[in-house]
Each structure stands twice: as C-alpha cells, then as structure tokens.
Design a protein around this ligand. Structure first.
Ligand code: PLP
Length: 369
C-alpha cells in the first residue's frame, strides 16, 4: 500500500525492526540511556536548548498539555486558527475554562501577521497566543517567523505552537523563532508509529507553567521534567514507539536536517505540479502551500468516497479526505517523513486512472453548464 495520508506515515525497515524489540524496565538504567539519547536527538531537530518532554499520547494530548500547563481558568488567550487543528486549540482551551479570543482565517489561507498585530493591539489582556504552524486539514503552512515577530517581538506574549505536522519535515527553529512551547507527534515526519508526542518548554514557558492553575495530572509538564531528571517518565511510556522514534530521529539526523527540508520542499513542489498537470485545482493559497500535505479540490461531479475506494482497491493508494467542514470537498496527499518522488508519481498515475474510470460511470451526475 502506498500510504499517503498526512500521518500515520510509513515506517522504514530500521524503525520497524526497532519497534519489535523486547521490553525493558522503564525505571532502570537502560531506559535512562534511551530517553536521554532520544531527547537529545529530538532537541537537535527542534533546534532548541529548551527542555523537551516526551509524552505518551497522540498529538492532541500534547496540545492539551500545552494548554493546561500555561493557562488558568478565566485567563485570556488568543487562538489563531486557519483550520481544524487551530480550532482544536480553541476547543481545548474553552473546555478548561480559558477566556478564548479567536482570530480565524478562511480555510486555504494563512494567518495574516497584520491582523494578528491589530488583534493584540486591541487585546492587551491576552497572555498567550496559540498557533498552528502547518495546518494539516487545509495544506497551509503559516509564516511562523513573521507571526512570531509580531507575537514575541512586538507584544512579548507567551507563544505556543502546534508543530505536529511541521517539525522534522520543514524548518521550525524553535529557539530562533522564540517559541515557548512547541509540540510535535511521532507519527508524522519522524517516521515512527503513533503514540508519542513531544513538547519543548522555554524558560518563559516554565514561568507560565508555574503560574498556570488549570487542572492536570497525566499531562503535568513539571512532573514530566522532574521524572526526566531521573531518566524516567512519570507514567509507563509507549516503549515500542520510543524505540521507533529513536531510530526515526537518528535517520533524520543521519540524512541531515537541511537535506530533509530540501527533500520535503522538492516533493511538495513535485506533488503540486503533478496535481495541476492532471487539471485538478489546489486548495491552498499557493504562497503558503505546505510541503508536508497537499489539499486538492474534489472535482465537480466526483464522489470522494468512490474515488478513495478506487484508489485503494484498484491502485493500492491510500489518500486522506477532507476534515470537518471540508469533508467531501477536498482530499489530501500526505508527503512527509519517509517519502520519495516515485511514490508521488504513482499517486498521480493512480489519480489519473481513477478519475478517468469514475467519470466514465453512468451514475456520475451530468455537470450543469
Ligand atoms: N495538529 C496537527 C497539525 C495535526 O496534523 C494533528 C494530526 O493530524 C494533530 C494536531 C492531532 O494529532 P493526533 O491526531 O495525533 O492527536
């Protein structure tokens, strides 16, 4: 199967072999060595000297950790949303009682730093800003450097970034961009199975953690930091995924992050070119098109479910549909992690053949002119 959803991503053989290793005592010296090594490698990829904590959770768990460790009930925060995952930050913060101000941008577009500036100028009580770096639901990468220039540089707010589908695939230099809490997830560009999420915390972030009063137990980052100082995690970790993540991170560093970023940029451009070559319309603003996931409009008269089934059953290609309000109107090709141009070529050929076969079906409604 050519698995081209934007996570979970395929795992290379060395990662699969690592995942199959026997269990070890998570309170013993072997584990201390393992978590020490993985943490150091993750920090290299995050480009950070900040603390970095590995949580047993999917990416959403780390989003929740970032919220409940930085805010108190009633505290005013700003959520910048360009899609489903920005909305998720707002949903979590609201559920835990934050006073959430939202700045929403139309799906397919990126956040506008000028609008963020205006919003922060009008909202001096905002303590913390949440933003998605790469919005997987729409295939848009926000200009985080410019946004951080406003949020940190001009207004000095605590900055929390969802880098779940960006960090490890496209540049996100955490320290250089002043990100206080940055989150990622093992099943994305890290080429490892799902089950672990990571969050880096800056000194400013730790101040927010100390002041934050939202309830937390499993996702208590101070407890995770304390445990890490002993070479442990507070709770039983997803060991097999950690073995895989260690191998995945090592593979990235062996390739070299500049080469990894170049490969993603080239494959992103290649994907968009092939898709347009088929006469399909890209969904995202081309100035902000993501190099980890490409969103494509479902052509008029085509049923995404039928297209997806043909791709899977006839061509062995697995793509992702649209999420939430975009369900049925767009579909997405994931091209992050372990991916090469040939696999994208195969997706394009499969798409061409599937669309041709579907449009020949008599059940497809005639297009009104
Ligand atoms: N944020 C982004 C940008 C994502 O792409 C995802 C997953 O697709 C998440 C958050 C949520 O991660 P998970 O599904 O692992 O909980």
């Amino acid at each position: 199967m050519n698995l081209r959803v934007p996570g979970p991503t395929p795992c290379p053989d060395p990662v699969l072999e690592a995942v199959g290793q026997q269990m070890i005592n998570h309170r013993g010296p072997e584990f201390a060595q393992l978590i020490g090594r993985v943490t150091a490698d993750l920090k290299a990829v995050f480009e950070t000297e900040n603390d970095l904590l590995i949580l047993t959770a999917s990416g959403t768990g780390a989003l929740e950790a970032a919220v409940v460790n930085t805010l108190s009930p009633g505290e005013r925060c700003l959520v910048i949303s360009v899609g489903v995952f920005g909305d998720r930050f707002a949903q979590i913060a609201s559920a835990f009682g934050a006073d959430v101000r939202r700045l929403d941008f139309p799906h397919g577009t990126a956040a506008d730093p000028d609008a963020v500036r205006k919003c922060l100028r009008d909202g001096p009580a905002i303590s913390t800003v949440f933003v998605t770096h790469n919005e997987t639901s729409t295939g848009v990468t926000n200009d985080l450097e410019a946004l951080s220039g406003v949020i940190k540089g001009e207004f000095d707010k605590t900055l929390v970034v969802d880098g779940v589908s960006s960090i490890s695939s496209v540049p996100c230099p955490v320290d250089r961009w002043g990100i206080d809490l940055a989150v990622s997830g093992s099943q994305k560009g890290w080429m490892a199975p799902p089950g672990l999420a990571m969050v880096s915390v800056s000194p400013r972030g730790w101040k927010a953690v100390a002041a934050a009063k939202m309830p937390r137990v499993y996702f208590d980052l101070a407890a995770a930091k304390q445990a890490l100082e002993l070479g442990q995690t507070p709770w039983t970790p997803a060991l097999s995924t950690l073995y895989g993540l260690q191998r995945g991170a090592a593979l990235l560093l062996e390739e070299g992050m500049e080469a990894v970023y170049r490969r993603h940029a080239e494959i992103g451009a290649h994907t968009r070119q092939l898709v347009e070559g088929l006469g399909l319309d890209l969904f995202a603003d081309p100035r902000h098109a993501s190099n980890t996931v490409t969103a494509i409009k479902v052509p008029p008269g085509v049923d995404w479910k039928a297209l997806s089934r043909t791709l899977r059953e006839t061509h062995g290609v697995e793509l992702a549909g649209g999420q939430g309000p975009l369900s049925g109107t767009i579909f997405r090709i994931g091209h992050l992690g372990w991916v090469n141009a040939g696999e994208i070529d195969q997706v394009a050929s499969a798409l061409e053949a599937s669309l041709a076969s579907l449009q020949a079906l008599p059940s497809v409604p005639a297009r009104s002119s």
